[in-house]
Design a protein around this ligand. Structure first.
Ligand code: ADP
Ligand code: ADP
Ligand code: ZN
Length: 219
């Protein structure tokens, strides 16, 4: 199964992708994670992306499409994948369509996670991850069972993202509405769009997405 999780920054795409990865045995492909790895490695792409990401703007379509076209070809995603944070512009969506066409492959579903802007700032400014395994947490909404200890790996070091501050979040929301939201219509017209309520509890959202995807699989 090949699907896209579409939604604003902080909608819960990464949180749900990690759960769907386990449930369906397909891989999460996050362009944000890939770009952060490039920045950390100091590669040429990373150097180009760093300042853009810190400003909360979108990295060029050329860079992002280049990154994703390398990974969708790999054997480990032959079973399917969850695109998290890609595509983010109509040009990226068109490039993805062309890539899929070339492989005689297609998307099964685009899941839109609907969340009001009013809660996104709190979601993003409270977000942190385990430094060892990358598991995602939130200061208020998703605490580890034992304070300071990762549920997943027992790690005790955590990190926050450089761009998860209130100012950058505002630019990221502007970018989402101007450049990414048009994809709702783009995939709606193709008949691929399913919308879920991303304001619900994390477990509820998982249930709703799984139910949507089970129906798509059965169809
Ligand atoms: P995205 O990948 O869409 O940017 P994340 O999955 O990283 O979003 O979620 C942003 C933050 O909000 C994280 O700290 C996460 O723990 C928290 N979160 C995710 N889903 C929910 C939810 N349904 N309710 C409350 N908090 C959530
Ligand atoms: P979030 O879901 O919280 O917005 P991501 O991890 O998906 O965060 O993205 C972080 C940043 O990486 C974005 O603000 C943007 O600068 C860059 N980025 C990630 N994916 C893309 C993409 N598909 N196109 C352009 N820029 C991207
Ligand atoms: Zn961990």
């Amino acid at each position: 199964m090949r699907l896209i999780l579409l939604g604003p920054p902080g909608a819960g795409k990464g949180t749900q992708a990690a759960r769907l990865e386990k449930h369906f045995g397909i891989k999460q492909l996050s362009t944000g994670d890939m770009l952060r790895a490039a920045v950390a490695s100091g590669s040429e792409i990373g150097q180009q992306a760093k300042a853009v990401m810190e400003r909360g703007e979108l990295v060029s379509d050329e860079i992002v499409v280049g990154i994703i076209s390398d990974v969708v070809d790999q054997d480990e995603v032959a079973n399917g994948y969850i695109l998290d944070g890609f595509p983010r512009t109509v040009a990226q969506a068109e490039a993805l369509d062309a890539m899929l066409r070339e492989k005689s492959s297609k998307l099964d579903c685009v899941v839109e996670m609907k969340v009001d802007d009013s809660v996104l700032v709190a979601r993003i400014t409270g977000r942190y991850t385990c430094a060892k395994c990358g598991a995602g947490y939130h200061k208020e909404f998703q605490k580890p069972q034992t304070e300071g200890v990762c549920d997943n790996c027992g790690g005790t070091e955590f990190k926050t993202r450089a761009d998860d501050n209130e100012e950058t979040v505002k630019s990221r929301l502007v970018a989402y509405h101007a450049q990414t939201a048009p994809l709702i219509d783009y995939y709606g017209k193709k008949g691929l769009l399913r919308s879920v309520d991303g304001m619900a509890d994390i477990d509820e959202v998982t249930k709703e997405i799984v139910s949507v995807l089970e129906k798509v699989k059965a169809a």
